[in-house]
Design a protein around this ligand. Structure first.
Ligand SMILES: [Zn+2]
Length: 745
């Protein structure tokens, strides 16, 4: 008995095998698990993507006293670091980051992006290229002392300083030591990708200081890298430990400081009027209140006080500290209510940012705080600050420096959208990487990609008139030259300057949009994304932790997606190669006919030839009766007459699709019927499991179809839409193409 049954089963399997389309090119395992491509789970990081039982991270608390010398653009500081070794290891030395050293002359190989002469070169590019105007840069370290005042031995390797310990720092113990330092603040216009430095305004002889990666900071020591002491080469940003900060900053008396943290001595540094306005702002939830008005800022511009004032701040559980200082600042603030926190949203800008900065900056902070909090967790800090700069945006905990300035008070729509987008983006960085603290030096895409995803969602939800990123945005990049394209899973400094925006910001964003909107579904995806953010807030996640969590929290196998989208430079290009139309005619079938094979009438004239469209009508198929042997002992006989009745008179369409681009994706098929109505069918990406190159799928439709489109709503960044329709779209004449090109140019 068992033997007979096996034969029957074997027969059925063979039958189905014949029905499936056989792959003729090498199998690439596109649906195989990515376990061998990502770090294996361990006691620190679980297979579910969560921090493990033995997860640990170091901690560094800072007490800093610094003074800004406006007369020679120098900053001088003394700091005490208390470093907690929570690792299971004893440490014989510590690594400290000295990012300012990247600006030293002779570091061009590390910090320069421009290496070649072009026919036409701007003066600015020539300065970047040659440093024709030289200027001092980099740290002077005055001393490094232990808690007893004894000098500690250290060695500087470019942007990293090694501090040697007399006794190893035991696992579970802490160490306090002090560093005194100074460095010349550099002119922002002297560098490409200048995240900090000063901006000088010759019209009124004043300066805006944007002070960041300014004090020697602990490098990260973790279970993944040991010491993350990779040099700062400008593109790969920062890896930093969390800790508490107590910071005192001495600046000219007429300066206003915008800073990470809470201001502790407003009585000493703000006027009574300013303090009252701040209190009012704390109760103003619908619009900002001016703390320093335009007239007051313009008065400050003229005073040029030689006296000094010390501002005191503290910040809890942050991974960095930055500030801006100037007598040019206008200042506005308003309160933003989140479910578990009320935040002061504040903007600081020179009058050159008016009027748009006053109208839009704090509003943009509020929008970012609300949308991001809803998507992840409530913003946990007391303030969120946007400071206006001449160009580029840069994020730090609670504060960001954001580019965008009108010309003569006017700003184009595009520039305004760019400015608001920048503020939303940089405020959004508070979540990624300031709180969900991934290693930016290694994986730029982890913070930029996730942040741009929520930044674009904020724009789409709060600024519906603005243009925002969609899968279409990434098409020109993904159809680019494969010789220079790199996968998203490329470390930060190995990416090209011309590509990192697309590869580390846009491509992950579009990938997450596709997961949310078209692959996992909004409700499940949003819950899984939130799970990742909450699992890793105030911790250091790796790519594997993100990949695993999104699957763990959704029950959707996404390894095929990660494998293709993050680890290759393949693109989506599906070609609708053929649609065959069949029909079964009921009259041709006689219920009582005992013959096993029934030929159906051929309706089309050109049957057998490959049809270019549906004009020749449906083809006939041969449907044979199922052999008795196919019915096993436990199966009842299929009601074939009923089956034939169900099929009879209906339109059967067999769709053939080729995977030209290499990426497997779900398939969306739009049917446009002869009566003008339409319908969409969606096939999961798993349709490509059996054949990664070409698939066929059969559909039964009541109505007759006039046209079939693949990916009609452009959900999957298909790089060539011309091959997505049947009947094939008419190819445009050369003249049309020429005209289209001219219009685009
Ligand atoms: Zn960013």
């Amino acid at each position: 008995m068992a033997m007979t049954k096996n034969i029957v089963l074997l027969f059925s399997l063979l039958l189905f095998h014949n029905l499936s389309y056989t792959q003729t090119q090498p199998w690439q395992g596109k649906f195989e698990p990515i376990d061998n491509m990502i770090s294996p789970p361990n006691t620190y990081r679980t297979a579910s993507g969560a921090p493990g039982k033995a997860y640990w991270q170091q901690r560094a608390d800072y007490k800093i006293k610094a003074a800004l010398d406006e007369s020679n653009n120098t900053i001088t500081g003394e700091e005490t670091i208390t470093y907690y070794n929570n690792s299971p290891d004893d440490l014989r030395y510590l690594w400290i980051q000295l990012e300012q050293n990247v600006n030293r002359k002779g570091n061009e190989d590390f910090g320069s992006f421009f290496n070649n002469i072009k026919d036409s070169i701007t003066a600015r590019q020539m300065q970047f290229l040659t440093r024709a105007i030289d200027f001092p840069a980099g740290y002077t370290i005055k001393y490094i002392k232990d808690i007893n005042g004894n000098s500690m031995k250290s060695m500087v390797n470019n942007t990293m300083m090694k501090v040697l310990l007399k006794e190893p720092l035991k696992s579970g113990s802490s160490l306090s030591f002090s560093i005194a330092w100074s460095y010349p603040i550099t002119d922002r216009s002297m560098f490409f990708l200048s995240r900090e430095g000063y901006e000088y305004f010759p019209e009124d002889d004043n300066t805006v200081y944007l002070i960041a990666h300014w004090f020697p900071r602990m490098a990260v020591y973790n279970d993944t890298e040991g010491w993350q002491n990779q040099q700062f080469q400008r593109l790969g940003e920062f890896a930093l430990e969390f800790g508490d900060y107590s910071v005192e900053i001495t600046v000219p008396e007429d300066h206003i400081i915008a800073s990470t943290g809470s201001l502790l001595n407003s009585d000493d540094v703000l006027t009574r009027t300013q303090q009252n306005r701040l209190k009012e702002a704390g109760r103003s939830f619908d619009k900002p209140v001016m703390i320093v008005t335009k007239d007051e800022a313009e008065n400050n511009e003229k005073t040029k006080s030689a006296k000094q004032k010390t501002w005191k701040f503290n910040a809890t559980n942050v991974r960095d500290f930055a500030f801006a200082s100037s007598r040019k600042f206008l200042w506005d603030a308003q309160a933003v209510k989140l479910p578990s926190n009320t935040v002061m949203a504040m903007s600081f800008y020179p009058k050159e940012g008016l009027p748009v900065w006053q109208e839009e900056s704090t509003k943009a902070i509020k929008n970012a705080l609300e949308v991001y909090s809803d998507a992840t967790f409530d913003y946990p800090y007391p303030v969120a600050i946007s400071v206006n700069t001449s160009n580029i945006g840069m994020e730090f905990p609670m504060i960001s420096f954001n580019g965008g300035r009108p010309k003569n008070g006017r700003i184009s729509d595009a520039a305004k959208q760019g400015m608001i987008g920048t503020i939303v983006h940089e405020v959004g960085h508070n979540w990624f990487p300031m709180i969900v603290s991934s290693d930016e030096r290694k994986w730029m895409w982890m913070d930029e990609g996730l942040n741009t995803f929520l930044h674009q969602r904020t724009i789409a939800e709060r600024y519906p008139g603005f243009s925002s990123t969609t899968p279409q945005t990434i098409v020109p990049f993904m159809s680019g030259d494969k010789n220079i394209l790199r996968p998203i899973m490329t470390t930060s400094d190995n990416e090209l300057l011309t590509q990192f925006g697309n590869n580390f910001y846009m491509k992950p964003t579009v990938g997450l949009q596709m997961l949310r909107n078209s692959i996992v579904g909004r409700e499940l995806f949003d819950q899984a994304f939130k799970e990742y953010a909450n699992r890793w807030k105030f911790k250091h996640p790796n790519p594997a932790d993100l990949f695993r969590t999104l699957e763990d929290a959704s029950a959707v196998d996404l390894d095929w997606f990660y494998r293709g989208w993050f680890f290759t430079t393949d693109n989506v290009d599906m070609e609708l190669t053929d649609v065959k139309w069949y029909k079964v005619n009921e009259e041709e079938f006689n219920n009582k006919d005992q013959k096993k094979t029934i030929k159906l009438k051929i309706e089309g004239e050109n049957s057998g030839e490959k049809a270019k469209d549906f004009s020749s009508g449906p083809e006939a198929i041969t449907m044979t009766s199922t052999p008795d042997a196919s019915y096993g002992g436990y199966l009842s006989r299929m009601d074939e007459p009923e089956l034939r009745k169900q099929i009879s008179g209906k339109n059967i369409y067999e769709v053939s699709i080729k995977n030209v681009g290499g990426l497997v994706m779900p398939v969306t098929i739009e049917w446009i019927y002869t009566d003008g109505s339409n319908e969409i069918d969606t096939l999961p990406a798993e349709i490509w499991r059996r054949n990664e190159y070409e698939i066929k799928k059969t559909f039964v439709k009541e109505k007759e179809v006039s046209k079939v489109n693949l990916d009609p709503n452009f959900e999957f960044a298909d790089t060539d839409m011309k091959n997505n329709t049947f009947p094939k779209a008419e190819t445009p004449s050369e003249f049309d193409e020429f005209k289209a090109k001219k219009t685009t140019n």
